[in-house]
Design a protein around this ligand. Structure first.
Ligand code: UFG
Length: 337
């Protein structure tokens, strides 16, 4: 069985390639490397002993995608490729809509033309915006609060309409909570920008001595310690969720949206302390103002994934921090230049 992984060189994509290759799938990667480094594929090969077919192409380039589909009989598409920085999406919304929506449209055209039955879409808990209540189930109202979140929301709607028009096909929309951690080998992980936006990579840079301290964005939220609460999920658990989604989608038609989270919320300070105990290294921090647009609390009800996919996250917060530290210690500059 052949799987096209768009964005397969990125953080979640590369970890998913490892799981797919280990499970015996053939993998074709389409990624133009604008936010990733080909070295990640060398690492995937080191871990699995296999190298995915690789096309350095923009998923919005329809001709390039058609070439892939005519050279390979693709059974399943996993669509990761996309922009994902919330702040940048506010500053440059058209760039986000153009890229994240066009790539999805091109893939849907290809599904039609090349008779591909199954699509797994990389959505996000960001589609829930500021949730009315926690834990969040899939029938929570969808009201994303920034352009990035709206590209995921619109992507979901477009895919649903497409699947309604093609009742023999199937799609699973996976809504990720907060992916963190790295492969246990310590050679595959998140290659982040010099100044990361997200909590765990920022902590990693503090521990690596690149920043003097973490800024904790607010300690006056209505949460147990006043800092923001999120559902952190190990990236390898998340990757395995995609394999479970493929199995489900091959046996069903229509569209399902499914949360991938652990169901447990941890505060920023919980993560700081878990990282300190996993690494043995202190994580200095200061409390600063709230970051605009942040919810106080956001964690999943993961029951639907368990029920439909038979999937459940296994790794705990210590495993996540330990693997993140192992990665950052061995690769202080990520994949380098
Ligand atoms: N935080 C800090 N300091 C930092 C970075 C983050 O205190 O330097 C706090 C945030 O305020 C928040 C928590 O750590 O309370 C998590 O923040 P992240 O930026 O790591 O993650 P978010 O929950 O804001 O967003 C992430 C992804 C989004 C995705 C969302 C899904 O960045 O793309 O999870 O829930 F949509």
């Amino acid at each position: 069985m052949k799987v096209l992984v768009t964005g397969g060189v990125g953080y979640i994509g590369s970890h998913t390639c490892v799981e797919l290759l280990n499970a015996g799938y053939e993998v074709v990667v389409a990624d133009d490397l604008r936010n990733s480094k080909e070295e990640a594929l060398n690492r995937v090969e080191k871990i699995t002993g296999k190298r995915p077919y690789f096309y350095k192409e923009d998923v919005c380039d329809k001709k390039a995608m058609e070439r892939i589909f005519s050279e390979h009989k693709i059974d399943v598409i996993i669509h990761f490729a996309g922009y994902k920085a919330v702040g940048e999406s506010v500053a440059q919304p058209v760039k986000y809509y153009r890229n994240n929506l066009n790539s999805t449209l091109v893939l849907l055209d290809c599904m039609e033309k090349y008779d591909v039955k199954t699509l797994i879409f990389s959505s996000s808990a960001t589609v829930y915006g500021m949730p009315d209540s926690n834990p969040i189930t899939e029938d929570e109202s969808l009201k994303p609060i920034n352009p990035y979140g709206r590209t995921k929301y619109m992507g979901e709607l477009i895919i649903r309409d497409f699947m309604d028009a093609h009742p023999e096909k199937s799609a699973v929309l996976l809504r990720y909570f907060n992916p963190v951690g790295a492969h246990e080998s310590g050679i595959l992980g998140e290659d982040t920008p010099d100044t990361p936006n997200n909590l765990m990579p920022y902590i990693e840079k503090v521990v690596a001595g690149k920043f003097p301290h973490l800024r904790v964005f607010g300690n006056d939220y209505d949460t147990p310690d006043g800092t923001g609460v999120r559902d952190y999920i190990h990236v390898v658990d998340l990757a395995k969720g995609h394999l479970a989604a493929i199995t489900y989608a091959m046996e069903h038609t229509g569209t399902e949206c499914i949360n991938l989270g652990t169901g447990t919320g941890y505060s920023v300070l919980d993560i700081v302390h878990a990282f300190e105990s996993a690494s043995g290294v202190p994580v200095p921090y200061i409390i600063t103002q709230r970051r605009p647009g942040d919810a106080a609390t956001c964690y999943s009800n993961p029951s639907k994934a368990k029920e439909l996919l038979g999937w459940q996250a296994k790794e705990n917060i210590e495993d996540m921090c330990r693997s993140a530290y192992n990665w950052t210690k061995k690769n202080p500059d990520g994949y380098g230049e």
